[in-house]
Ligand binder design. Structure first.
Ligand code: B12
Ligand code: SF4
Length: 522
């Protein structure tokens, strides 16, 4: 059945999607505690944000890890004593981890593994085992969800949780110290007493996201964090209203962690979570869903809910989201704008149709322009991320991408040098179309001052770094971008505005932190 969204009748539409609106109470079928309660320490390993985001790190912002907060909420609900320590946000040295572990005396330590922090996770695990061999060290997160072998390279890591952690970790807690029981827990790989790695089957992802509790963000010291430069609002929270993506972009591994079917929270649940955050003083939200607008009917229902419950009652909120240029349309954007959407982040990736095909983006340059124009038509700012140095990319195609970013009406753009992640199709393509230079591994970062870890045929690391910097300069040193930055500074709390100003000056004027050499920071 086609849903008539152009001139929808509200009651009719509500009835059509009512099957997706679930009860307002948290139904909690998550595994209950079957053993004694444990002390769990969730750690963001020491490291600096400059390592992760490069020269413009202050502009990238610092946000509490949502994944750990979801896992923490689930563990706390099961009855454990849970603490989160983020050593990265406060730029702590590795020695601090030992103080935190010694004083909390955890039974279990958990960390989120990204491609960028695997070594640091291993270093924390080593410290934990030196303090007390009995501490169980668990790794979850994107990197080990698709490439669990990598976790066991460190002898100090005991258990890997693959994919969504909320249910699996509760089963792990019930099976701790009992290999037989642990062998039955789906979604884990673990090291047995004899040193063998037991590889259990993957867990099936639950359809109903409402079974998950809201992330335990209260376990972070929220004063330490601040959002990226393009984000508006006095107090900003990031939320997830859905998980999963059906598209097949070769470089992306989201689908490997969260599956290809699109799963989402009920409208009522999202509204309740927003209400809680608004009562705590939040006025601005970053919606971190991979493709927020993939289901029009759901987005329209949610936006109408926001308008009814908040906007019409004088509660002004603003928010941004991520989506694709082919998943926006006039009807959706119009209601999104009314519900407070001020910015959309698209994944434009390239200014060349040929390259968009290579990465199976299932988009064309024309579609990207159309999506950006539609956002602009509804007075919504448009942001896009781009990739430089894709397989088969030539210098002139890199320039096409840069030119596209300048001519397409975008308000914000980031340019990352392509980094293939294990487990993705791009990882396989990379072997054919270029070479890895492992001296640079784990050092590539989001904001332009990159050292490529994979060099496409016929290109060089220096050339790609130079192009990424050139792209940022060309894009942000235009009068249009400078005016937007000035407008934003005026809208932002002074401390944040000054921080961004410093980041911009460091990058564009002082050329500070020019450490694009591989290995510069390790
Ligand atoms: C928002 C986002 C960001 C934000 C992060 C803000 C923040 N602090 O939350 C920004 C823009 C800053 C960012 C930066 C980067 N990101 Co990012 N990001 C995302 C995005 C879109 C959402 C992350 C999220 O919140 N997910 C929702 C939570 C619930 O999921 P989760 O963290 O995976 O956690 C679940 C499970 O993994 C598991 N789990 C996680 N941790 C643990 C721990 C334990 C103990 C257990 C049991 C389970 C468990 O359970 C959780 C709940 O279900 C994802 C894509 C995606 N859909 O996830 C990419 C993604 C995570 N990012 C990715 C990358 C590569 C990066 C960068 C390295 C990019 C770069 N080159 O600079 C940086 C560096 C990050 C770092 N800290 O080192 C990759 C990761 C690939 C990889 N193998 O590491 C992803 C998957 C996107 C992709 N390209 O495929 N990112
Ligand atoms: S890049 Fe975006 S659209 Fe493509 S697979 Fe990943 S989440 Fe989906």
């Amino acid at each position: 059945m086609t849903i008539a969204l152009a001139q929808p009748h509200a009651a009719e539409r509500k009835a059509q999607i009512s099957k997706h609106v679930r009860p307002t109470k948290y139904l909690n079928p998550l595994p209950p505690l079957q053993t004694e309660s444990k002390r769990v320490l969730l750690i963001v390993p020491p490291g600096s944000s400059e390592e992760a985001y490069g020269r413009l790190s202050a502009a990238a912002g610092e946000l509490p890890m949502l994944g750990l907060a979801y896992v923490a909420a689930s563990l706390r609900d099961q009855g454990h004593v849970v603490k989160i320590i983020d050593y990265e946000v406060t730029d702590q040295p590795m020695s601090k981890a030992s103080e935190g572990i010694t004083s909390f005396k955890p039974d279990l330590i958990g960390m989120t593994a990204y491609i960028t922090n695997m070594k640091r996770c291993a270093a924390v695990a080593k410290i934990a085992k030196q303090i007390n061999k009995k501490i169980t060290v668990v790794l979850g997160g994107p990197q080990v969800s698709v490439f669990p072998e990598e976790g066991f390279v460190s002898p100090d890591i005991d258990i890997i949780v693959l994919s969504e952690g909320e249910i699996i970790i509760r089963n792990v807690m019930n099976a701790l110290g009992n290999e037989e029981k642990l062998s039955e827990v789906k979604g884990v790989w673990f090291r047995k007493h004899d040193g063998q790695i037991q590889k259990n089957q993957r867990e099936i992802l639950p359809d109903d996201l409402d079974i998950f509790l809201p992330p335990a963000l209260d376990l972070y010291n929220l004063d330490d964090y601040y959002p990226p430069v393009h984000i508006r609002g006095k107090k900003v929270a990031h939320i997830l209203t859905s998980r999963g993506c059906p598209f097949k972009c070769t470089f992306c591994e989201t689908k490997l962690t969260f599956g290809r079917s699109f799963r989402y929270h009920s409208t009522e649940r999202v509204l309740q979570d927003l209400e809680t955050l608004i009562s705590a003083g939040y006025d601005s939200f970053q919606i971190f869903d991979d493709i927020f607008t993939i289901r029009k009917d759901r987005v329209i229902d949610l936006c109408e809910g926001i308008i009814d419950r908040f906007i019409n009652n004088g509660i002004k909120i603003q928010w941004m989201c991520f989506t694709r240029t082919n998943c926006v349309s006039d009807d959706v954007l119009s209601v999104m704008k009314k519900a407070g959407c001020y910015l959309i982040a698209f994944g434009g990736e390239s200014g060349s149709d040929e390259l968009l095909k290579v990465i199976k983006k299932d988009l064309t340059v024309e579609k990207n322009i159309h999506g950006i124009n539609l956002a602009k038509k509804h007075d919504i700012l448009a942001f896009s991320s781009f990739m430089l140095g894709l397989p088969t990319e030539t210098r002139s195609q890199s320039m096409e991408t840069i030119e596209f970013s300048l001519s397409s009406g975008l308000d914000y753009a980031v340019f990352a040098i392509t980094e293939p992640y294990p487990g993705t199709e791009l990882w396989e393509d990379a072997k054919q179309f270029g070479k890895f230079d492992t001296t640079g591994r784990y050092k590539n970062n989001l904001l332009s001052e990159n050292s490529a870890v994979w060099i496409p045929e016929g290109r060089s690391r220096e050339e790609l770094s130079e192009l990424a910097t050139l792209a940022m300069r060309k894009f942000y040193l235009r009068p249009k971008s400078i005016l937007l930055a000035l407008k934003n500074f005026y809208l932002l709390p002074p401390r944040r505005a000054l921080r961004y100003l410093w980041a911009g000056m460091s990058f564009f004027i002082l050329n500070r932190f020019d450490s694009a050499k591989p290995g510069a920071r390790y």
